[in-house]
Design a protein around this ligand. Sequence first.
Ligand code: HEC
Length: 86
Amino acid sequence: MKLKRHLVLAMLVLGIAASCRSPGTDGEVLLADRCFGCHSQAEIAETGRSYAGWTHVVNWMKTYGVELTEEEQERLVDYLVDTYGE
Ligand code: HEC
């Protein structure tokens, strides 16, 4: 009985860990998925931008066909500012 309870707990912890890393929720994954088709990482890293600057770029890239939900765009811009901020 005790073993079973531990198994349930382990599955719960693994489930939470997996959901944190699932594609589409992580800014780094979004960048690779939506941007690296046309750009290299070096190109993105070349210029540091503010929150407003990255928002502008991402909105602009949407005119080139990048598809992002509002929530994905927020995560991506947050990631870009954190990683390639001014
Ligand atoms: C379909 C291809 C395509 C995709 C996908 C794409 N881009 Fe671009 N990107 C371009 C093109 C083309 C330009 C050059 C635009 C110009 O200078 O007129 C550009 C320019 C840029 C620039 C330079 C802007 C400047 O001020 O010169 C940045 C930064 C950038 N993209 C970031 C991104 C990011 C971040 C993503 C993902 C959200 C992305 N791109 C996705 C095609 C793409």
